[in-house]
Ligand binder design. Sequence first.
Ligand code: FAD
Length: 387
Amino acid sequence: MDFALGPSEKAIQEAAREFARRELVSGAMRRDEEASFPWPELRRLWDAGYLGFTIPERWGGAGADLLGHTLALVEIAKADAALAVLMEVHNTLHAAAVLRWGGEDLKDEVLPRLARDRLGAFALTEPQAGSDAAAIETRAVQEGDLWRLTGQKAFITGAGEADYYVVFAQTDPARGHRGITAFEVPKDAPGLSFGPPQAKMGIRAAHTGAMFLDGVPVPDAWRLGAPGEGFRVALALLDQGRVGIAAQALGIAEAALEKAVEYAGRRVQFGRPIGHFQGIRWRLADLATEVEAARWLVYRAAWLLGQPGRHTADVSKAKLFASQVAVKAALEAIQIHGGYGYMREYGVERLLRDAKITEIYEGTSEIHRLVVADELLGRLAAGPGAK
Ligand SMILES: Cc1cc2nc3c(=O)[nH]c(=O)nc-3n(C[C@H](O)[C@H](O)[C@H](O)COP(=O)(O)OP(=O)(O)OC[C@H]3O[C@@H](n4cnc5c(N)ncnc54)[C@H](O)[C@@H]3O)c2cc1C
């Protein structure tokens, strides 16, 4: 058993830390306030290789594995969780879909663009199908070499901004979740339109919105996987994606802990830094312990996905725990900052607003408990659609 990161992993971590401090930290508060889509920062992420990080070098990517991606993502999230979710969706939910399930021509066409300057998104959720993703109603009907997609998607990260969308649609409704198929859809496809960005609590720069499909034509060559294989595609992608969200949560938790420790060392009350008081010391000690535990669950889940077999419950444990720790760490950081923590300028209230979403998207905490319980007890009650 080896708990140490190897030299290449340490190098990835240090480079991402340095990049995030230099390029991303100072503007995070402004991006949150303005809620403007962060194209300038995304371009820097492309230039530094983080968008397309897991795309093999032959298509212009950095060829990193999931653990390397996780280490980099934690550092990006520590600086700006909104950028982290865009990176996570682009790499683990979009590029990974094209890489694993796309045909060779599609890969040659799209992967170099994703590695260079085109953003990818993931469109599974619908207004009536959230946790129960198997209940999607978007239809894809085959017409010769084309499919025509009609329906509506909800809560899509990067909707209207991203250049390509992995879209899940029913091709054989009688077969339920076995009738779902995945497609690669470019933003400029006829019949595709988007709602405006929705006002939201946190990760405000990473726009979220609806997507409308009205007979959108998609060539059969842009199908991802076999007809009816889409639900399996979604679940496999979400295993990786959820490690990404767990990494995002870990980054937020680490940022909160660092800010709390730093403030406890310099804020003087009763003639001493507040870090001298046991009430503060114990809080910090508990938090540091939980952040450490989250870190190892997240690293382990990322490592496991590179090993044979299915590791869905291990991923769920990591995401469930890391997201809880992120919310708790942000709350504790606010408390340790006292009244200043409640003010925007100290940057800890943003951590709380950003942390909360990690308990909701890519499977709510309740759904992850179902996955873990299923592994412990067997599938007694949960349906196949649990996302
Ligand atoms: C900011 C943001 C970005 C997102 N980005 C994307 C994206 O890019 N692509 C995409 O496809 N989706 C995206 N989503 C959708 C997200 O994955 C869903 O919101 C999430 O899966 C929950 O679905 P829901 O919101 O419909 O809640 P529901 O499924 O309606 O759940 C409501 C409540 O009921 C609970 N619940 C549901 N079923 C059970 C059960 N069986 N047992 C116990 N409790 C249960 C849930 O845990 C939750 O507390 C995004 C959402 C948000 C908010």
